[in-house]
Ligand binder design. Structure first.
Ligand SMILES: Cc1cc2nc3c(=O)[nH]c(=O)nc-3n(C[C@H](O)[C@H](O)[C@H](O)COP(=O)(O)OP(=O)(O)OC[C@H]3O[C@@H](n4cnc5c(N)ncnc54)[C@H](O)[C@@H]3O)c2cc1C
Length: 352
């Protein structure tokens, strides 16, 4: 299987107090919640934060939103992981929607009070929306897409669409702000199911929080689907341009249904309007690393590979024996997907 090479070593220069000179390491994880529970990507961010912990360090979770589901999520977060030392809750209508401005201001406010050495968010649309703006307010350079944490100031991130890995030593001022790839920090046995004693939950004092931003949330549309979330699914079935139409793409959806899998798509399939863009896998889409990734009619462009190369087993079906996808596939089948998928559907047992 293709492996990226380790290439560069970058240094960010310091103007103020640096991580290296910091005595107390305190990490703040900006956590997302849904339906009264922390999301899978937030649990992965907590795993990543765990790599920064030492004897004297602490780990705080920041949850914001409004209403009972927030309080429910906070209660669960308080016993979600043995490393967590406190949960901070900002309960206000201002945080009902994932609008970057109020959230960034909240992170700024919490940092002023807590003086954390590190602030971590997931490298998803939520984290990537908020963290850079919060970093600008705090006057630091964020490090994005971290896939490994070697030391409290040394991080690995992919570059050139994942063809090389760069190791970055952060020598900037506190806080060191990171977005982390969930697929690189799988949730361990110590987190999701562990029963630890609940840690304290503190309400964030919002009395000094000013409401001076110009954007407003218009609406959020989500696809109601019983399929697993693409970012955390164990099996992903992806279709490419070769499907030719939204109608034909239903073949991929039927197969995904039978296998209890999430559906993915290439950018070409998304651009052609076969499926919505939240299904795009790749450099400018979602990064996935399922147990099984099946690609049908996908050529294997570098930008697509960047989003799925860490999958444990890759199966590719393409009628072109020279398609680049076969270079990363563990199992390849040269053939016509319009014959192979119906055959698979016929032979696979009905989902119970
Ligand atoms: C800045 C940038 C960012 C990008 N980001 C992404 C990204 O995030 N994700 C992404 O996917 N792409 C991304 N792209 C686009 C990428 O370069 C490719 O254009 C795209 O991935 C190609 O999609 P595809 O494999 O579906 O289509 P194609 O490249 O057209 O491949 C179709 C494949 O289907 C095969 N085929 C045709 N008919 C059949 C059949 N009946 N049965 C079996 N096989 C068949 C063909 O042999 C071919 O290999 C990005 C490009 C740029 C420039």
């Amino acid at each position: 299987m293709f492996k990226p090479t380790s290439l560069t070593y970058l240094i960010a220069h310091s103007r103020r107090r640096s991580i290296a000179s910091c005595r107390h390491l305190g990490t703040l994880v900006i956590a997302e919640h849904e339906g009264g529970s922390l999301t899978a990507s937030s649990l992965s961010s907590i795993e990543a934060a765990g790599k920064l912990l030492s004897k004297d360090s602490s780990l705080s979770l920041l949850l914001a939103g409004a209403g009972p589901t927030l309080q429910e999520a906070a209660a669960k977060a308080a016993s979600c992981h043995p490393s967590v030392s406190q949960v901070l809750v900002a309960d206000s209508d201002k945080f009902k929607n994932p609008l970057a401005e109020p959230w960034a201001k909240l992170v700024h406010l919490v940092q002023q009070k807590g003086e954390y050495s590190h602030i971590i968010a997931a490298s998803n649309s939520f984290g990537k929306n908020i963290l850079p703006r919060a970093a600008a307010l705090l006057d630091v350079s964020p490090i994005t897409d971290v896939i490994d944490i070697s030391e409290s100031n040394t991080f690995v991130r992919p570059i050139y669409a994942g063809n090389a890995l760069s190791t970055i030593r952060y020598t900037g001022s506190d806080p060191c702000m990171l977005t982390v790839r969930s697929t690189s920090f799988p949730v361990g046995s110590t987190s999701a199911d562990s029963k630890t004693n609940p840690v304290p939950i503190h309400q964030v004092d919002l009395s000094t929080f000013s409401e001076d931003w110009n954007s407003r949330h218009v609406k959020q549309t989500t696809q109601d689907s019983e399929r697993p979330d693409l970012g955390s699914a164990r099996v992903v079935i992806t279709g490419g341009r070769a499907l030719k139409s939204a109608e034909n793409f239903k073949l991929i959806e039927k197969l995904a249904e039978k296998l209890g899998a999430a559906v993915g798509a290439t950018r070409a399939a998304v651009d052609a309007g076969y499926v919505p863009n939240d299904l795009q896998v790749g450099q400018t889409g979602k990064i996935v690393a399922p147990e099984l990734y099946m690609a049908f009619g996908v050529s294997g462009a570098i930008q697509h590979i960047a989003g799925m190369r860490d999958s444990k087993v890759i199966v590719a079906v393409n009628k072109d024996a020279d398609a680049p996808i076969f270079q990363v596939a563990d199992y390849g089948l040269v053939g016509d997907l319009f014959e192979i998928i119906p055959e698979l559907l016929e032979k696979l047992p009905e989902k119970k």
